[in-house]
Design a binder for this molecule. Sequence first.
Ligand SMILES: *Cc1c(COP(=O)(O)O)cnc(C)c1O
Length: 353
Amino acid sequence: MPRPIQAYINQSALENNLGVARRTTSARIMSVIKADGYGHGLLRAAEALSATDGYALLDIADAVKLREAGYRQPILMLEGIFGADELPTIAEYGLACVIHSAQQIAMLDAYPGRGTLDIWLKVNTGMGRLGFVPQQVAQVMEQLRRHRAVRDITLMTHFANADEARGIAAPLALFNDIASPYRVPRSLANSATLLRYPEAHGDWVRPGIMLYGASPFADVSAQELGLKPAMTLSSRIIAIQELRAGDEVGYAAIFRAEHSMRIGVVACGYADGYPRSAPNGTPILVDGRRTRTVGRISMDMLCVDLSDLPQAEIGSPVVLWGEDMPIDEVARAAGTVGYELMCALTSRVPITD
Ligand SMILES: *Cc1c(COP(=O)(O)O)cnc(C)c1O
Protein backbone atom coordinates (compact mmCIF):
# COMPACT_ATOMS: atom_id res chain seq x y z
CA MET A 1 0.00 0.00 0.00
CA PRO A 2 1.45 3.41 -0.96
CA ARG A 3 1.76 6.33 1.41
CA PRO A 4 -1.88 7.24 1.99
CA ILE A 5 -1.91 10.90 0.95
CA GLN A 6 -3.92 11.89 -2.11
CA ALA A 7 -5.77 14.79 -3.64
CA TYR A 8 -9.21 14.03 -4.98
CA ILE A 9 -10.60 16.34 -7.64
CA ASN A 10 -14.36 16.55 -7.80
CA GLN A 11 -15.21 17.39 -11.41
CA SER A 12 -18.85 18.05 -10.65
CA ALA A 13 -17.81 20.72 -8.13
CA LEU A 14 -15.93 22.50 -10.92
CA GLU A 15 -19.02 22.25 -13.12
CA ASN A 16 -21.19 23.56 -10.28
CA ASN A 17 -18.88 26.52 -9.72
CA LEU A 18 -18.82 27.41 -13.40
CA GLY A 19 -22.61 27.30 -13.16
CA VAL A 20 -22.47 29.82 -10.31
CA ALA A 21 -20.39 32.12 -12.51
CA ARG A 22 -22.85 31.60 -15.39
CA ARG A 23 -25.83 32.56 -13.26
CA THR A 24 -24.01 35.66 -11.99
CA THR A 25 -23.26 37.21 -15.34
CA SER A 26 -24.37 37.40 -18.93
CA ALA A 27 -20.80 38.10 -20.03
CA ARG A 28 -18.73 35.40 -21.67
CA ILE A 29 -16.58 33.41 -19.28
CA MET A 30 -12.85 32.95 -19.68
CA SER A 31 -11.97 30.32 -17.08
CA VAL A 32 -8.55 30.93 -15.60
CA ILE A 33 -6.56 27.70 -15.45
CA LYS A 34 -3.06 29.09 -14.90
CA ALA A 35 -0.70 27.40 -12.44
CA ASP A 36 -1.76 23.94 -13.58
CA GLY A 37 -5.41 24.79 -13.06
CA TYR A 38 -4.68 26.24 -9.60
CA GLY A 39 -3.07 22.93 -8.70
CA HIS A 40 -5.98 20.79 -9.92
CA GLY A 41 -4.26 19.66 -13.11
CA LEU A 42 -4.43 21.58 -16.38
CA LEU A 43 -6.32 19.08 -18.51
CA ARG A 44 -8.48 17.86 -15.65
CA ALA A 45 -9.60 21.42 -14.92
CA ALA A 46 -10.07 22.19 -18.61
CA GLU A 47 -12.24 19.12 -19.07
CA ALA A 48 -14.47 19.77 -16.08
CA LEU A 49 -14.86 23.38 -17.23
CA SER A 50 -15.37 22.55 -20.88
CA ALA A 51 -18.71 24.42 -20.92
CA THR A 52 -16.69 27.63 -20.56
CA ASP A 53 -16.42 30.18 -23.38
CA GLY A 54 -12.65 30.41 -23.16
CA TYR A 55 -9.56 29.61 -21.12
CA ALA A 56 -6.83 31.84 -19.75
CA LEU A 57 -3.37 30.73 -18.71
CA LEU A 58 0.30 31.69 -18.86
CA ASP A 59 2.44 29.00 -20.43
CA ILE A 60 2.39 28.63 -24.17
CA ALA A 61 3.16 24.90 -23.82
CA ASP A 62 -0.03 24.53 -21.77
CA ALA A 63 -2.03 26.39 -24.41
CA VAL A 64 -0.69 24.05 -27.08
CA LYS A 65 -1.66 21.06 -24.89
CA LEU A 66 -5.23 22.37 -24.74
CA ARG A 67 -5.43 22.80 -28.51
CA GLU A 68 -3.94 19.34 -29.06
CA ALA A 69 -6.52 17.93 -26.66
CA GLY A 70 -9.17 19.41 -28.97
CA TYR A 71 -10.31 22.56 -27.16
CA ARG A 72 -11.52 25.10 -29.72
CA GLN A 73 -12.50 27.98 -27.44
CA PRO A 74 -10.47 31.18 -27.30
CA ILE A 75 -7.35 30.72 -25.19
CA LEU A 76 -5.84 33.86 -23.69
CA MET A 77 -2.18 34.13 -22.76
CA LEU A 78 -2.50 36.25 -19.61
CA GLU A 79 0.99 37.72 -19.71
CA GLY A 80 1.32 37.61 -23.47
CA ILE A 81 4.58 36.53 -25.00
CA PHE A 82 7.91 36.38 -23.21
CA GLY A 83 9.90 36.42 -26.46
CA ALA A 84 9.30 37.06 -30.16
CA ASP A 85 9.97 33.38 -30.89
CA GLU A 86 6.54 32.54 -29.43
CA LEU A 87 4.59 34.49 -32.04
CA PRO A 88 4.51 31.82 -34.74
CA THR A 89 3.05 29.38 -32.18
CA ILE A 90 0.55 32.00 -31.02
CA ALA A 91 -0.63 32.37 -34.61
CA GLU A 92 -0.51 28.69 -35.51
CA TYR A 93 -2.62 27.66 -32.52
CA GLY A 94 -4.90 30.68 -32.67
CA LEU A 95 -4.08 31.93 -29.18
CA ALA A 96 -5.19 35.35 -27.95
CA CYS A 97 -2.41 37.36 -26.46
CA VAL A 98 -2.17 40.06 -23.82
CA ILE A 99 0.04 42.99 -24.77
CA HIS A 100 1.16 44.88 -21.72
CA SER A 101 4.41 46.60 -22.69
CA ALA A 102 6.20 48.50 -25.42
CA GLN A 103 8.71 45.63 -25.61
CA GLN A 104 5.91 43.26 -26.62
CA ILE A 105 4.75 45.69 -29.30
CA ALA A 106 8.28 45.79 -30.65
CA MET A 107 8.12 41.97 -30.91
CA LEU A 108 4.91 42.31 -32.93
CA ASP A 109 6.59 44.85 -35.21
CA ALA A 110 9.28 42.33 -36.08
CA TYR A 111 6.75 39.57 -36.78
CA PRO A 112 5.99 39.03 -40.47
CA GLY A 113 2.49 37.49 -40.10
CA ARG A 114 -0.57 39.38 -41.33
CA GLY A 115 -3.88 39.80 -39.52
CA THR A 116 -3.44 36.70 -37.43
CA LEU A 117 -3.16 37.96 -33.84
CA ASP A 118 -5.95 38.65 -31.37
CA ILE A 119 -4.66 41.13 -28.86
CA TRP A 120 -5.88 41.94 -25.37
CA LEU A 121 -4.45 45.33 -24.56
CA LYS A 122 -3.80 45.55 -20.84
CA VAL A 123 -4.33 48.82 -19.03
CA ASN A 124 -2.77 49.51 -15.64
CA THR A 125 -5.58 51.16 -13.68
CA GLY A 126 -3.78 51.04 -10.36
CA MET A 127 -2.54 47.50 -9.80
CA GLY A 128 0.87 48.83 -10.77
CA ARG A 129 2.08 45.57 -12.22
CA LEU A 130 1.47 44.91 -15.90
CA GLY A 131 -0.06 47.20 -18.48
CA PHE A 132 0.08 50.57 -20.11
CA VAL A 133 -0.67 53.58 -17.94
CA PRO A 134 -3.83 55.47 -18.92
CA GLN A 135 -1.96 58.27 -20.71
CA GLN A 136 -0.35 55.75 -23.10
CA VAL A 137 -3.50 53.91 -24.12
CA ALA A 138 -4.75 56.18 -26.94
CA GLN A 139 -1.42 56.05 -28.71
CA VAL A 140 -1.01 52.29 -28.23
CA MET A 141 -4.56 51.66 -29.44
CA GLU A 142 -3.84 53.68 -32.55
CA GLN A 143 -0.67 51.72 -33.17
CA LEU A 144 -2.37 48.35 -32.71
CA ARG A 145 -5.41 49.17 -34.81
CA ARG A 146 -3.16 49.99 -37.72
CA HIS A 147 -0.82 47.07 -37.10
CA ARG A 148 -0.65 44.56 -39.95
CA ALA A 149 -0.26 41.57 -37.61
CA VAL A 150 -3.29 42.41 -35.45
CA ARG A 151 -6.81 41.11 -36.04
CA ASP A 152 -9.08 41.86 -33.04
CA ILE A 153 -8.43 43.99 -29.98
CA THR A 154 -9.97 43.61 -26.52
CA LEU A 155 -9.33 46.11 -23.74
CA MET A 156 -8.61 44.65 -20.34
CA THR A 157 -7.61 45.59 -16.83
CA HIS A 158 -7.15 43.81 -13.51
CA PHE A 159 -8.21 45.22 -10.14
CA ALA A 160 -6.05 45.19 -7.04
CA ASN A 161 -8.83 45.67 -4.47
CA ALA A 162 -11.95 43.93 -5.76
CA ASP A 163 -11.90 41.66 -2.70
CA GLU A 164 -11.11 44.50 -0.29
CA ALA A 165 -13.24 47.16 1.36
CA ARG A 166 -11.69 49.74 -0.96
CA GLY A 167 -13.38 48.18 -3.98
CA ILE A 168 -13.01 49.13 -7.63
CA ALA A 169 -14.86 52.45 -8.05
CA ALA A 170 -11.83 54.58 -8.94
CA PRO A 171 -10.05 52.16 -11.30
CA LEU A 172 -13.38 51.22 -12.91
CA ALA A 173 -14.18 54.87 -13.64
CA LEU A 174 -10.70 55.31 -15.04
CA PHE A 175 -11.00 52.23 -17.26
CA ASN A 176 -14.45 53.22 -18.54
CA ASP A 177 -13.12 56.63 -19.38
CA ILE A 178 -10.15 55.19 -21.27
CA ALA A 179 -12.28 52.65 -23.11
CA SER A 180 -15.16 54.98 -24.01
CA PRO A 181 -13.87 56.06 -27.44
CA TYR A 182 -13.50 52.46 -28.64
CA ARG A 183 -16.03 49.90 -29.76
CA VAL A 184 -14.05 46.87 -28.67
CA PRO A 185 -14.83 44.12 -26.17
CA ARG A 186 -13.83 44.75 -22.56
CA SER A 187 -12.63 42.46 -19.80
CA LEU A 188 -12.19 43.50 -16.17
CA ALA A 189 -13.48 40.91 -13.76
CA ASN A 190 -11.64 38.33 -11.68
CA SER A 191 -13.74 36.20 -9.28
CA ALA A 192 -14.15 38.94 -6.68
CA THR A 193 -15.25 41.48 -9.29
CA LEU A 194 -17.58 38.98 -10.93
CA LEU A 195 -19.28 38.17 -7.64
CA ARG A 196 -19.45 41.69 -6.22
CA TYR A 197 -19.55 44.23 -9.07
CA PRO A 198 -22.04 43.54 -11.87
CA GLU A 199 -21.25 46.98 -13.27
CA ALA A 200 -17.75 45.72 -14.11
CA HIS A 201 -18.58 42.49 -15.94
CA GLY A 202 -17.85 43.87 -19.39
CA ASP A 203 -17.86 41.37 -22.27
CA TRP A 204 -15.53 38.73 -20.85
CA VAL A 205 -15.16 37.83 -17.17
CA ARG A 206 -12.05 35.99 -15.96
CA PRO A 207 -12.88 33.93 -12.88
CA GLY A 208 -10.23 31.70 -11.34
CA ILE A 209 -10.43 30.93 -7.64
CA MET A 210 -14.23 30.68 -7.46
CA LEU A 211 -14.22 27.90 -10.06
CA TYR A 212 -12.12 25.80 -7.71
CA GLY A 213 -14.54 26.37 -4.87
CA ALA A 214 -12.68 28.81 -2.66
CA SER A 215 -13.81 32.29 -1.76
CA PRO A 216 -12.03 35.37 -3.06
CA PHE A 217 -13.25 37.25 0.02
CA ALA A 218 -11.94 37.13 3.58
CA ASP A 219 -15.42 37.78 5.00
CA VAL A 220 -17.70 35.58 2.84
CA SER A 221 -17.34 31.81 2.77
CA ALA A 222 -17.31 29.71 -0.36
CA GLN A 223 -20.41 27.93 0.89
CA GLU A 224 -22.28 31.22 1.25
CA LEU A 225 -21.41 31.91 -2.39
CA GLY A 226 -22.79 28.53 -3.48
CA LEU A 227 -19.32 27.25 -4.34
CA LYS A 228 -18.20 23.65 -3.81
CA PRO A 229 -14.60 22.67 -3.08
CA ALA A 230 -13.07 20.96 -6.09
CA MET A 231 -9.96 19.67 -4.33
CA THR A 232 -9.95 17.46 -1.26
CA LEU A 233 -6.54 16.71 0.20
CA SER A 234 -6.76 13.58 2.28
CA SER A 235 -4.47 11.20 4.11
CA ARG A 236 -4.53 8.85 7.08
CA ILE A 237 -3.25 8.45 10.58
CA ILE A 238 -0.09 6.38 10.54
CA ALA A 239 0.82 6.38 14.26
CA ILE A 240 -0.69 7.24 17.61
CA GLN A 241 1.06 8.58 20.69
CA GLU A 242 -0.20 8.77 24.26
CA LEU A 243 1.18 11.93 25.83
CA ARG A 244 1.56 12.64 29.53
CA ALA A 245 1.30 16.14 30.95
CA GLY A 246 4.43 18.06 29.98
CA ASP A 247 5.27 15.93 26.91
CA GLU A 248 6.20 17.88 23.82
CA VAL A 249 5.42 17.28 20.15
CA GLY A 250 7.51 17.85 17.05
CA TYR A 251 10.37 20.14 16.07
CA ALA A 252 11.05 23.09 18.33
CA ALA A 253 8.48 21.80 20.82
CA ILE A 254 5.88 24.40 19.91
CA PHE A 255 3.25 22.16 21.54
CA ARG A 256 3.40 20.86 25.09
CA ALA A 257 0.62 18.71 26.58
CA GLU A 258 -1.09 20.26 29.59
CA HIS A 259 -2.58 16.94 30.61
CA SER A 260 -2.44 13.41 29.32
CA MET A 261 -3.86 13.17 25.81
CA ARG A 262 -3.80 11.15 22.61
CA ILE A 263 -2.41 12.45 19.37
CA GLY A 264 -2.31 11.04 15.87
CA VAL A 265 0.48 11.34 13.33
CA VAL A 266 -0.79 12.11 9.81
CA ALA A 267 1.06 11.29 6.59
CA CYS A 268 1.14 14.85 5.25
CA GLY A 269 3.74 17.58 5.58
CA TYR A 270 5.10 20.65 3.91
CA ALA A 271 6.75 18.53 1.21
CA ASP A 272 3.18 17.70 0.14
CA GLY A 273 2.22 21.36 0.10
CA TYR A 274 0.67 21.66 3.54
CA PRO A 275 1.77 25.04 4.92
CA ARG A 276 4.58 24.87 7.47
CA SER A 277 3.25 28.14 8.84
CA ALA A 278 0.08 26.40 10.13
CA PRO A 279 0.14 26.96 13.89
CA ASN A 280 -1.10 24.79 16.74
CA GLY A 281 -4.87 24.64 16.44
CA THR A 282 -5.22 24.69 12.65
CA PRO A 283 -8.52 22.94 11.85
CA ILE A 284 -8.42 19.45 10.35
CA LEU A 285 -10.87 16.53 9.99
CA VAL A 286 -10.24 13.06 11.39
CA ASP A 287 -12.88 10.41 10.79
CA GLY A 288 -15.08 13.19 9.47
CA ARG A 289 -14.86 15.15 12.72
CA ARG A 290 -13.14 18.41 13.33
CA THR A 291 -10.06 18.59 15.46
CA ARG A 292 -6.82 20.62 15.43
CA THR A 293 -3.17 20.26 14.59
CA VAL A 294 -0.60 20.14 17.37
CA GLY A 295 3.10 20.88 16.97
CA ARG A 296 5.20 22.12 14.09
CA ILE A 297 4.29 20.83 10.63
CA SER A 298 7.21 18.71 9.44
CA MET A 299 8.29 17.74 5.96
CA ASP A 300 6.30 14.51 5.76
CA MET A 301 4.10 14.47 8.85
CA LEU A 302 1.90 16.53 11.06
CA CYS A 303 0.18 15.75 14.35
CA VAL A 304 -3.44 16.07 15.41
CA ASP A 305 -5.24 16.12 18.72
CA LEU A 306 -7.33 12.95 19.19
CA SER A 307 -8.46 13.73 22.75
CA ASP A 308 -12.10 14.01 21.70
CA LEU A 309 -11.90 11.24 19.10
CA PRO A 310 -11.48 8.01 21.08
CA GLN A 311 -12.53 5.91 18.09
CA ALA A 312 -9.72 7.28 15.89
CA GLU A 313 -6.99 4.76 15.17
CA ILE A 314 -4.16 4.02 12.80
CA GLY A 315 -5.68 4.14 9.34
CA SER A 316 -8.38 6.67 10.24
CA PRO A 317 -9.03 9.00 7.31
CA VAL A 318 -7.92 12.62 7.57
CA VAL A 319 -9.06 15.56 5.46
CA LEU A 320 -6.53 18.39 5.37
CA TRP A 321 -8.83 20.57 3.28
CA GLY A 322 -11.70 20.17 0.85
CA GLU A 323 -15.06 18.60 1.47
CA ASP A 324 -16.31 19.62 4.95
CA MET A 325 -13.00 21.35 5.72
CA PRO A 326 -12.92 24.67 3.85
CA ILE A 327 -9.48 25.44 2.43
CA ASP A 328 -10.10 29.08 3.30
CA GLU A 329 -10.22 28.23 7.03
CA VAL A 330 -6.95 26.32 6.87
CA ALA A 331 -5.40 29.14 4.87
CA ARG A 332 -6.57 31.79 7.32
CA ALA A 333 -5.08 29.86 10.24
CA ALA A 334 -1.79 29.62 8.34
CA GLY A 335 -1.79 33.31 7.45
CA THR A 336 -2.37 32.82 3.75
CA VAL A 337 -5.14 32.37 1.18
CA GLY A 338 -6.75 29.34 -0.42
CA TYR A 339 -5.06 30.23 -3.72
CA GLU A 340 -1.63 29.58 -2.28
CA LEU A 341 -2.54 26.24 -0.72
CA MET A 342 -4.09 24.88 -3.92
CA CYS A 343 -1.15 25.92 -6.03
CA ALA A 344 1.37 24.63 -3.50
CA LEU A 345 0.25 21.00 -3.74
CA THR A 346 3.43 19.18 -4.74
CA SER A 347 3.99 16.66 -7.48
CA ARG A 348 4.48 13.76 -5.08
CA VAL A 349 0.80 13.92 -4.13
CA PRO A 350 -1.16 11.60 -6.41
CA ILE A 351 -4.26 13.24 -7.88
CA THR A 352 -7.35 11.14 -8.53
CA ASP A 353 -10.75 11.98 -9.98
C1 LIG B 1 -5.27 35.05 -12.04
C2 LIG B 1 -6.01 36.10 -12.79
C3 LIG B 1 -7.42 36.13 -12.77
C4 LIG B 1 -8.25 35.22 -11.90
O1 LIG B 1 -8.27 35.74 -10.59
P1 LIG B 1 -9.13 35.04 -9.42
O2 LIG B 1 -8.94 35.97 -8.27
O3 LIG B 1 -8.49 33.72 -9.19
O4 LIG B 1 -10.51 34.96 -9.89
C5 LIG B 1 -8.06 37.05 -13.58
N1 LIG B 1 -7.35 37.91 -14.35
C6 LIG B 1 -6.00 37.92 -14.37
C7 LIG B 1 -5.31 38.90 -15.23
C8 LIG B 1 -5.29 37.03 -13.59
O5 LIG B 1 -3.96 37.06 -13.61
